[in-house]
Design a protein around this ligand. Sequence first.
Ligand SMILES: CC/C=C\C/C=C\C/C=C\C/C=C\C/C=C\C/C=C/C(=O)SCCNC(=O)CCNC(=O)[C@H](O)C(C)(C)COP(=O)(O)OP(=O)(O)OC[C@H]1O[C@@H](n2cnc3c(N)ncnc32)[C@H](O)[C@@H]1OP(=O)(O)O
Ligand SMILES: Cc1cc2nc3c(=O)[nH]c(=O)nc-3n(C[C@H](O)[C@H](O)[C@H](O)COP(=O)(O)OP(=O)(O)OC[C@H]3O[C@@H](n4cnc5c(N)ncnc54)[C@H](O)[C@@H]3O)c2cc1C
Length: 664
Amino acid sequence: MKGVDHLAHERNKTEFDVDAMKIVWAGSRHAFELSDRMARLVASDPAFQKDGRIRLGRKELFKNTLRKAAHAWKRILELHLTEEEAGWLRNFVDEPSFTDLHWGMFVPAIKGQGTDEQQQKWLPLAYKMQIIGSYAQTELGHGSNVQGLETTATFDPETDEFVIHSPTLTSSKWWPGGLGKVSTHAIVYARLITNGQEHGVHGFIVQLRSLDDHMPIPGITIGDIGMKFGNGAYNTMDNGVLTFDHIRIPRNQMLMRVLQVTREGKCVKSNVPRQLIYGTMVFVRQTIVADASTALARAVCIATRYSAVRRQFGSQDGGMETQVIDYKTQQSRLFPLLASAYAFRFVGEWLKWLYTDVTQRLQANDFSILPEAHACTAGLKSLTTTATADAIEECRKLCGGHGYLCASGLPELFAVYVPACTYEGDNVVLLLQVARFLMKTVSQLGSGKKPVGTTAYLGRVQDLLQCCCDVQTAEDWLKPSVVLEAFEARSARMCVARAQNLSKFENPEDGFAELSADLVEASVAHCQLIVVSKFIDKLQQDIPGKGVNRQLQNLCYIYALNLLHKYLGDFLSTGCITPKQASLANDQLRSLYSQIRPNAIALVDAFNYTDHYLGSVLGRYDGNVYPKLYEEAWKDPLNDSVVPDGYHEYIHPMLKQQLRNARL
Ligand SMILES: CC/C=C\C/C=C\C/C=C\C/C=C\C/C=C\C/C=C/C(=O)SCCNC(=O)CCNC(=O)[C@H](O)C(C)(C)COP(=O)(O)OP(=O)(O)OC[C@H]1O[C@@H](n2cnc3c(N)ncnc32)[C@H](O)[C@@H]1OP(=O)(O)O
Ligand SMILES: Cc1cc2nc3c(=O)[nH]c(=O)nc-3n(C[C@H](O)[C@H](O)[C@H](O)COP(=O)(O)OP(=O)(O)OC[C@H]3O[C@@H](n4cnc5c(N)ncnc54)[C@H](O)[C@@H]3O)c2cc1C
C-alpha cells in the first residue's frame, strides 16, 4: 500500500517536466525504459534484498554475494535478457562481485587485445560463463608502474609453450577482483621473454583452477588478500593474491593483437601501437566516469531529500522550524554537488561517444586520436572519482548525525566508492599522464602543429593569453561564451606557465619531476574545462520538455561558477578575471541557488532511483524518515535482548565492585 508522501509539498513546487528530465538523465527513452524495467525487476525480487548485509561476517557476506550473482545469472537466462539488459540488472543488484571483473575487464581484454582466433575460442566460453575470468595485472610490489611488473612469461620453443613464473615475493599478483576465490581464468600481465630477450609486458590467458573441482592448478598458489575498508562494502569482492611456479600454457594463449610470437620464438610487431596493451584500462576508465555520476547522484539524492525533511531552528510563534535545505550554507554545499552529478553524466556520455569513435578508428588503422583518448579517459576518471568520493563524504555531513548511521546508506556508499580513486590508475598518477600530454601539445605549438579535439583551444593560445573577461554585471556570467573563455584562458595560461618553467630545466624529466605538483594543477584545470564545455554543448541540443533546458542551464552555471569560486586563486593569479568579476560570479551563484531550490527534489527524482537501489532511510522517496529510522534501530542485533550478552561477566561485577568500594 502506498503511504503518505511527506515530500509532496516539495514536489508541488516543481517548475519543469520531471519525466522529460528522466529521459535526459538516462540518455534516451530506450535507456530510460530499459533501466527502469531492470531496476524494478531487481527491487521486487526478494532474492536481491540488501537489508542487513552490513551486519554479515566476511564468509556469510561473500556467500551471500555468490548466491545473488548466481540468481542474477539464472534470471538473465530465464528472461533471455540482452547484454545491455543484463548489465543493468547486475548494476541494480548493487553488490561488487567477481562478475564485475569478468564482464568489465576479462571479456573486454580478450576483445581488445586478442586476435580473431583467440576471440572465437574464448569469448563464447566467457559469454556462457563456462569460464570465469579476472584481470591480473597489479602485483604486491608494483601497480602504477606497469613496466615494473616482475612476473615472467618465458617462451619455451621445445614445447611451444610459455612458462609463467613469479620470481620474487613482490611479483605475487595482488588485488585482482574475483581472483581470490572464484575465477577459473585470468588475463595475467607478465614480462615476455623469448630467446633470452625481454619484450615488455603483455597479457596471457591463464587457467587458474580446475573446471571440475575448483582446485588450483598444480604450481599455482591463490587466495584472498584480506578485509578491506568499511563494513560489508567492497568486502563482497574476493580481491586475490596469486603466485606461479613455472606454469606452462600454450603459445596461443598470449594475447597477440599487438605483438605475435612465432613458433620459433620470434616477435613480430603488428601495425597497432604498443599502447594498445593498455587498452582495457582506457575502456574501464571510460565506464568509471559514467559510474561516477551514478554514485554521486545517489549521495545527492539522499542528502537532498533528507535536507527537505529535516528541520532545525527558526520556529516563530510555535510554527514549523526551518527546513535545513533553506539555509544558504546548506544550499551552497549541496547544489554544486547536484550540478556536478548532471555535469558528470553529460561528460560521461560524451566520453562514451569518444571511446566508440576511437574504437572504430582503431579498426580502420587510424591511431591518431589514441593519445587524446588516453588523456581524456585518464584525466576525467581522476577528476570525477575524486570529486565523487569527496562529495559522498560531504553528503554524509549534510545529513548531520543521521548521515553517520549505516541506515543512511552513505557510509557503505563511501566505502564501496572510495577505492575508485585508486583502482584503474591512482588519480595523481593519471593526472601526470594528462600533464605529459598537455606539455607535449604546448611544445608542438611552435612547430605549427594545430591542436585538435579537447586541446583545440590551445591553438588560440595567443588570444587566450591576452583576453580580458567581458563581465560587468552578475547576469553576464550566464553567457556560455564568457564562462567558456574564462575556463579556457585559465587552463591555457596555466599550461603555458608550466611549459615555460619546464623549459628552464636542462633535463626535461628532472623538470617534470620537480614541477609535478604544479603540473597536476594544470591537468585539473584542463579537465574541468572539458566538463564545463561538454555541459555547455549539451545545452545547445534540442532538449524537449517544459522547463527542462532552463533547469539544465541553471545547473551548468552552478557547476562552472562554483568551480570558479573554489579555484579563485587560479583565475585571479593568471589574470583571467578581476576580483570584482569574481564577486559578481558569487552574486550570480546565490541567485542560481534560489532558482534551483524549488526544483531540488524533482531534480533528484529525475535520477529515477528505486528505494531498493538507494538503500537509505534518509533518502526514501516518500520522505517518511523518522518512523523508519526508529524501526531500523530495533533491527540491530544488540537489541535482540534487553540485557546484553556480557552483562553477567563484565557489567554486573563492575557495578558490584563499585558498590563494595562505596561501602568501604
Ligand atoms: C564498484 C564497481 C561496481 C560496478 C562496476 C560496474 C561495471 C564493471 C565495469 C568495469 C569494472 C570496473 C571496476 C571494477 C573495480 C575495480 C577493477 C580494478 C582494476 C584495476 O585496477 S586493473 C589495474 C589498473 N592499473 C593501472 O591503471 C596502472 C596505472 N598505470 C598505467 O596506466 C601506466 O603504467 C602509466 C602510468 C600510464 C605509465 O605507463 P608507461 O610506464 O608505459 O610510461 P609512459 O608514461 O612512458 O607512457 C608511454 C606512452 O604510452 C602512453 N600511454 C600510457 N598509457 C596509455 C593508455 N592507457 N592508452 C594509450 N596510451 C597510453 C603515454 O601517454 C606515453 O605516450 P607518449 O610516448 O608520451 O606519446
Ligand atoms: C579495490 C581495488 C580493486 C582493484 N582491482 C584490481 C584488479 O582487478 N586488477 C588489478 O590488476 N589491479 C587491481 N587493483 C590495483 C590497482 O590498480 C592499483 O592499486 C592502482 O593502480 C594503484 O597502484 P599502486 O597500488 O601501485 O599505488 P602506488 O603507485 O604505490 O601509489 C602510492 C602513492 O604513490 C604515488 N605515486 C606513485 N607513482 C607516482 C609517480 N610516478 N609520481 C607521483 N606520485 C606517484 C601515488 O599517487 C600514491 O599516492 C585494485 C585496487 C583496489 C584498491
